[in-house]
Design a protein around this ligand. Structure first.
Ligand SMILES: *Cc1c(COP(=O)(O)O)cnc(C)c1O
Length: 393
């Protein structure tokens, strides 16, 4: 595969493993073992069994009739919103917990910003009877109270990160510190295609079930596996990596990543990394990130907590660099309007992250026969407060 990671963990000039020396043994253990474990037949069997019986896969590929009429194309929705826990994230946490078991780990740690990855992690830890500690910025814990309580109901311990801005970055630092101090019995579950190699590749492989199913489902419905377009929102980029994965070498399939423009790309309150970012190192890999002249990470902003990230995974930095994926963006208002539109046209209230992918349809000129797949990464239940506060419906 042309866009695959190389043996050093690079996608073109991006990726690698920029980690403190103390973390080296943990990451090295993963790097030496992940491919053997996850390509093993018994692992794949256990993984797919759980995806089927526990997550509810395959998720439907739904023909959105009224949306199609409006945008004059054949639009399908890949319904990741129907996954157990309400989003695609659980595909990855199931994969990683099975891996952790095979590495003989007894405890799981994770970091979380909005709490979605923390909930997905707490969920699979309960399922497997493993101890779970989730680090979360104290400010985020106050903002995302229901998810904090969900994690606690599931039996996880939620530890507040009280350094810095007390948000995601600080939670990540605390989780790393924990991992350094407990290398032999603990696995760190990262929630997107970010972090040091091998995490981006590993997470992309687990999420690639999305495009694997799309190929089969399209073959059944339209007679061939190839859509003309695939749209997916990009925070760190895991749902997009999963939706693009099996189409990367099929250059006739247009792949579109949608970032959060927040209040506008040039407003100073945005999370549109490809538009604003420059190469740098973030959370253990070289990638594109939003930073000041002297390399300080710029605080990102988006109405959607899941897209509020100052970087993107190295695979996406490379796909942007090579032009294989076209990156566009939607503002808060555009995403909220699209969320309401999808609710009214199809009876589906999307996560605000996913609404960003719907919001850019009017930036494209489709042929009436074009087959367009939107990866609907999650459902809107968690965002009800935000919809209510926005109020225009
Ligand atoms: C976390 C989240 C995202 C963003 O994460 P990616 O790694 O970019 O996929 C998107 N949609 C939903 C519903 C999420 O929960």
């Amino acid at each position: 595969m042309k866009y695959e990671v190389d043996h050093r963990g690079y996608y073109g000039q991006f990726g690698g493993a920029y980690i403190p020396e103390m973390l080296y043994p943990n990451v090295e253990e993963l790097r030496n073992n992940y491919l053997n474990i996850i390509t093993d037949e018994s692992f794949q069997k256990a993984f797919h069994q759980l995806l089927k019986d526990y997550v509810g896969r395959p998720t439907p590929l739904f023909f959105a009739n009224r949306l199609s009429e409006k945008y004059k194309a054949k639009i399908y929705l890949k319904r990741e919103d129907l996954c157990h826990t309400g989003a695609h994230k659980v595909n990855n946490t199931i994969g990683q917990i099975l891996l952790a078991q095979r590495l003989g780990k007894k405890k799981i740690i994770a970091e979380t910003g909005a709490g979605q990855h923390g909930v997905a992690t707490a969920t699979v830890c309960a399922l497997m009877g493993m101890e779970c500690v989730v680090y979360m910025g104290q400010v985020d814990m106050e903002r995302q109270r229901p998810n904090v309580e969900r994690m606690r109901i599931l039996g996880a311990k939620v530890v507040p990160a009280t350094s810095g801005n007390m948000t995601l970055k600080d939670a990540t630092n605390e989780a790393m510190r924990h991992w350094i101090n407990n290398p032999s019995d603990t696995h760190y579950i990262i929630g997107s295609v970010v972090g040091p190699h091998p995490y981006p590749d590993m997470v992309a492989r687990f999420q690639s079930v999305i495009s694997d199913e799309m190929r089969k489902q399209l073959t059944e419905t339209i007679g061939n596996p190839f859509p003309d377009y695939v749209f997916a929102c990009v925070g760190g980029g895991s749902n997009a990596a999963g939706a693009f994965y099996h189409y990367l070498d099929s250059e006739h399939v247009n792949l579109v990543g949608v970032e959060a423009a927040g209040k506008g790309v040039s407003s100073g309150e945005s999370a549109a990394t490809t538009a604003l970012g420059k190469p740098g190192v973030l959370h253990g890999s070289k990638t594109l990130l939003m930073q000041t002249e002297d390399g300080q990470v710029v605080e990102p902003y988006s109405i959607s907590a899941g897209l509020d990230y100052p970087g993107i995974g190295p695979i996406h930095a490379h796909l942007f660099d090579t032009g294989r994926v076209k990156f566009v963006s939607a503002t808060d208002d555009e995403a909220m309007n699209a969320g309401i539109e999808l609710s009214r046209l199809e009876g589906i209230i999307p996560a605000i992250e996913s609404a960003h992918a719907v919001a850019v349809l009017n930036q494209f000129e489709f042929d009436p026969d074009d087959v367009v797949v939107i990866n609907l990464s999650g459902r809107g239940d968690k965002d009800l407060e935000t919809y209510i506060r926005w109020g225009k419906y």
